[in-house]
Design a binder for this molecule. Structure first.
Ligand code: 2AM
Length: 483
């Protein structure tokens, strides 16, 4: 009898192909299936030739070729195709078998699907996979969540194909119940939007304010990649700035309208739903939206005057300040992202391991950086850390970065260079460290026009007051009749 496969995969697009090639290279036998069935033979006789793959021409074939408990992983287009495949697979599986979704699914869908699949006596895993095509082949960051009983069955395969940090620890661990894995992957993508945007803001300041060439900027990013900012995104920015086409920097020939697939938006929406100030990522999503309004911006640029851009300061100092601004804002972005995960964990009953998440992001994925090792340490030192800014290491780093960061923001604003993410992060920092914010006035306004009541600093918390501010309204507070 031919050997049964350790795992089955549905979806032979580039990500799926690379992921199964990665699995096979680690000693696993993989059964593969694809909606367009010709792709199965093409793969098995092409990139998969001579390797331990079993080509399946139907769902029945696929299921029949799997070792029990069966593990069927889908890497198909997010949305309806995932539900369709679940419905196709479920009737062929037995109790305890596992369905895995490795696509970019929205976490509420994964919560729903986990419940549904479990109701059929099966187990479900929704896993974030980051690192693009190359990561899938050579070691992605993997963030699995779903039915906890499934983890021991997929752990070895997942951890063997995942990226590894220097000491060999895999960038993959169990994240939590139902949609936790896809939620954490979503936050990863949001953070990616933020990291990219602040780098773009630094680039614009270097180019438009300091008048630097792509070659000069290439050198600066090369330096930055050796210190606190050492990361994949700084590294590729260095390389992009150094890339020439016909002797000229290619980046300057690229149209300035950003695309997006929606994961940053999901992160922003989740933050709004949960009431978490995720300002840097939010501004990064909006910055992409504004960039996409190209025609309108071209029109506006012809008619609206701004200040003349003029830099008279010390260029070397400004470049150093930019490094501080990037680092300060980056710390804020992660502090905000972690707060979002903490709130979501409370809302959905997930027991998230925050240090473990930093480790999963430490290698393999787009936001991988040295910095994530320090986040891991912060949560090792205090697993209950309520905000990254209260960790002594990060508190010290932000305090040290703030003078330069403030100079960058002030100079950018004076010169009319838009830096929405760098400034919104700084405003969050100043708000976060404020004992008193002007929300007292805001509460007075709400009470004035809507009788929404307020609490007082000279009375215990939980007692609510209403004032008849004009002498015309009644004394009834809105909460009294808001039933
Ligand atoms: P295909 O090769 O038959 O197009 C990435 O696009 C993967 O998702 C591919 O394996 C693709 O299958 C699959 N896919 C895309 N849209 C799909 C759909 N509507 N139903 C099923 N599979 C789909």
């Amino acid at each position: 009898m031919t050997k049964l496969a350790d795992i089955g995969l549905i979806g032979l697009a580039v990500m799926g192909e690379n992921l199964v090639l990665n699995m096979e290279s680690k000693g696993y036998t993989v059964a593969v299936y694809n909606r367009t069935v010709e792709k199965v033979d093409k793969f098995v006789n092409g990139r998969g030739a001579g390797k331990n793959f079993i080509g399946a021409h139907s769902i029945e074939d696929l299921v029949a070729s799997l070792e029990k408990p069966r593990k069927v992983m889908m890497l198909v287009k997010a949305g309806q195709p995932v539900d369709d495949f679940i419905d196709m697979i479920v009737p062929h599986l037995d109790k305890g078998d596992i369905i895995i979704d490795g696509g970019n699914s929205h976490f509420p869908d994964t919560i729903r699907r986990t419940k549904y699949v479990e109701s059929k006596g099966l187990l479900y895993v929704g896993t974030g996979v980051s690192g693009g095509e190359e990561g899938a082949l050579n070691g992605p960051s993997m963030m699995p969540g779903g039915s906890p009983e499934a983890w021991p069955h997929v752990k070895d395969i997942f951890q063997s194909i995942a990226a590894k940090v220097e000491d060999g620890t895999p960038c993959c661990d169990w994240v939590g119940e139902d949609g936790a894995g896809h939620f954490v992957k979503m936050v990863h993508n949001g953070i990616e939007y933020g990291d990219m945007q602040i780098i773009c803001e630094a680039y614009q300041l270097m180019k438009d304010l300091l008048g630097m060439s792509a070659d000069e900027m290439h050198e600066v990013f090369k330096e930055w990649n050796k210190g606190d900012l050492d990361s994949y995104l700084i590294e590729i920015t260095r390389d992009i700035l150094g890339y020439k086409e016909d002797g000229e920097a290619l980046v300057e020939k690229i149209l300035d309208t950003a695309g997006q697939k929606g994961t940053g938006k999901w992160t922003g929406v989740a933050a709004l739903d949960l009431g978490i100030p995720l300002t840097l990522i939010g501004e990064s999503v909006f910055a992409r939206c504004l960039s996409a309004q190209k025609d309108l911006r071209v029109e506006a640029s012809k008619v609206i005057e701004g200040p003349k851009v003029k830099f008279e300061g010390d260029k070397a100092q400004m470049i150093n300040d930019l490094k501080d601004a990037l680092f300060g804002a980056k710390i804020i972005s992660y502090a905000q992202g972690y707060n979002l995960m903490m709130e979501a964990a409370a809302e959905h009953g997930w027991n998230l391991n925050y240090g473990g998440i930093a480790l999963m992001w430490r290698g393999g994925c787009i936001i991988r950086s040295v910095f994530l090792g320090d986040i891991k340490k912060a949560f090792d030192n205090n697993p209950e850390l309520p905000n990254l800014l209260l960790d002594p290491y990060f508190k010290g780093k932000v305090e040290a970065a703030q003078a330069g960061w403030r100079r960058v923001c002030a100079t950018a604003l004076t010169n009319g260079v838009p830096v929405p993410s760098l400034t919104s992060a700084l405003c969050y920092f100043d708000g976060f460290r404020s004992e008193r914010l002007p929300a007292n006035l805001l509460q007075a306004q709400r009470d004035y026009f809507g009788a929404h009541t307020y609490e007082r600093i000279d009375k215990p918390r939980g007692q609510f007051f209403h004032t008849n501010w004009t002498g015309r309204g009644g004394d009834t507070a809105s909460t009294t009749y808001d039933v």
